[in-house]
Design a protein around this ligand. Structure first.
Ligand code: 5AD
Ligand code: SF4
Length: 473
């Protein structure tokens, strides 16, 4: 048995979180154990992001830390994977002599081979080849024995949309969808090992299966909806241009699909949307939101917005503010525009100053805070089914250790709002709360980013609610 351990630092989006799990599974299959702390690991993998310049700075600052560690432990093997690795390739090896391996977004299935080579020959390798192996991640053995309550499953990779600010098509390649049978197998496995909620991931889930002639995304959702023991289904991300009645109806016809959609709008100005190559107008976006709310009145809607895109005038920005005032989003992720190499907008003129971008971001966030509060406040007094994810302190890992329980629990509403509540085990009550249970909770207080509740009834996540005939998450 190999007496070696690995440590993975994941930067970036949910897709990277999923990829890191795939990496971990492959390393475990090689005999590597997960290291408790970075300093003890024999192999460190940094799974990088390059969506904005800040993400890259984060990676390089961590790599700086590793340089010092390698001086103390020259045998340490360091690998850099993910989007920045794909983009920068050899440049990373040149810039950082302590790095042994750079592997791109489509090289994860070759990782065991690459690491073995480095171990044998102490050579340095760059593998950023675009191999078309959409099923490369389907050859895995068991992912793990204990899944968190809520977990991610990538259903498609890459993007064909080429928004002018975005690096994703350049670092993750063209859209490829996984076969539905593989997706179903994976989710069933995850549910068997404890998962109750899956988030299906893709850059643009609306175009799932189109190229390959597989199922449509709404059809995939109805299949996943049949998996026994699975309580909730989420998905991200939808592109507004492809969002339509099929998906709107899927919310209604699949009881496990949660009442939340993330529908990035990016800007409220038609001129800027055109320059971004988004292929929809403000009016079309608003029309789709209206249709969605018509069919699913309680649905929560969140979005992404970029402020300070090259050439964005005060009027364009006012159009975005106006859109926010019209839609009343439940939450917003707002970013200042960041120049990315390979993305066409890097060449666009009339760049907005950093100061102006920050100012617009603050103005926008302040407005959104107002709507987030109103949305959260509206839930006070209502009873919401919460899927418990863990105790508040342990929520990030999703894994549960009763001895570390503080009595403060955390979970989410179907609309994806975080709810915290107290529950101390009381043998007389017969009520036992643990991750994966659905707890009906009366919302008592609303904060900026979470809600506070009081459990009123508890049911098993797979069974029916006491005193009620049916349950929909
Ligand atoms: N600058 C700022 N934000 C960006 N995003 C993507 N590319 C950039 C960029 N160059 C944002 C978009 C996208 C989210 C994931 O990141 O809003 O939806
Ligand atoms: Fe990037 Fe646009 Fe593709 Fe989203 S849809 S990943 S923003 S290119």
């Amino acid at each position: 048995m190999l007496n070696k351990s690995f440590y993975i630092n994941t930067i970036g989006c949910q897709m990277n979180v999923y990829d890191s799990e795939q990496i971990a599974a492959r390393l475990a299959a090689m005999g590597y154990q997960q290291a408790g702390v970075l300093e003890q690991a024999d192999l460190v993998i940094v799974n990088t992001c390059t969506i904005r310049a800040k993400a890259e700075q984060k990676a390089f600052s961590f790599l700086g830390r590793l340089a010092k560690l390698k001086i103390k432990r020259p045998g340490l093997v360091i690998g850099v994977g993910g989007c920045m690795a794909q983009q920068e390739g050899h440049k990373i090896l040149r810039r950082a002599p302590h790095i042994d391996l750079v592997f791109g977004t489509r090289a994860i299935d070759r990782l065991p081979l690459l690491i073995s080579k480095i171990e044998d020959k102490r050579c340095r390798i760059v593998d950023v080849a675009w191999t078309e192996t959409p099923d490369g991640l389907d050859t895995l053995p068991e992912r793990r024995l204990d899944s968190p309550v809520s977990t991610f499953v990538t259903v498609m990779r890459g993007c064909d949309n080429f928004c002018t600010y975005c690096v994703v098509p350049h670092v993750r390649g063209r859209e490829t969808s996984r076969h539905p049978d593989r997706i179903m197998e994976e989710i069933r496995g995850l549910v068997q090992s404890g998962a109750k909620e899956v988030t299906l991931l893709g850059q643009n889930v609306n175009s799932y299966g189109k190229k390959e002639g597989l199922l449509s995304f709404p059809e995939l959702l109805s299949r996943v909806n049949t998996i026994e023991g699975l309580v909730r289904i989420r998905f991200t991300t939808s592109h507004p241009k492809d969002f339509g009645s099929g998906l709107i109806n899927a919310f209604r016809s699949n009881e496990k699909v949660c009442d939340h959609i993330h529908l990035p709008v990016q800007s409220g100005s038609d001129r800027i949307l055109k320059r971004m190559n988004r292929k929809y107008t403000k009016a079309l976006y608003l029309d789709k939101i209206a249709k969605l709310r018509d069919t699913c009145p309680g649905i929560a809607i969140t979005s992404d917005i970029i402020v300070g895109f090259p050439g964005e005038t005060e009027t364009d920005f006012a159009d975005t503010m106006d859109l926010i005032k019209t839609v009343h989003f439940d939450g917003l992720f707002a970013f200042v525009y960041s120049d990315r190499p390979n993305a066409p907008a890097v060449q666009f003129r009339n760049k907005i100053s950093e100061e102006e971008k920050r100012k617009r971001l603050q103005t926008l966030l302040k407005l959104q805070e107002h709507f987030t509060r109103i949305k959260n406040q509206a839930l006070v007094g209502s009873v919401q089914p919460i899927l418990v994810e863990g105790t508040s302190k342990k929520q990030s890992s999703g894994r549960f250790n009763r001895s570390q329980s503080t009595g403060q629990w955390t979970g989410r509403t179907t609309t994806n709002k975080i709810v915290n509540f107290y529950h101390h085990d009381n043998p007389q009550s017969g009520v036992d709360i643990y991750p994966g249970k659905v707890v009906y909770t009366r919302i008592e207080k609303a904060y900026a980013h979470s809600l506070w509740g009081k459990p009123i009834e508890v049911e098993s996540a797979t069974g029916g609610l006491k005193g009620e005939k049916s349950y929909a998450a």
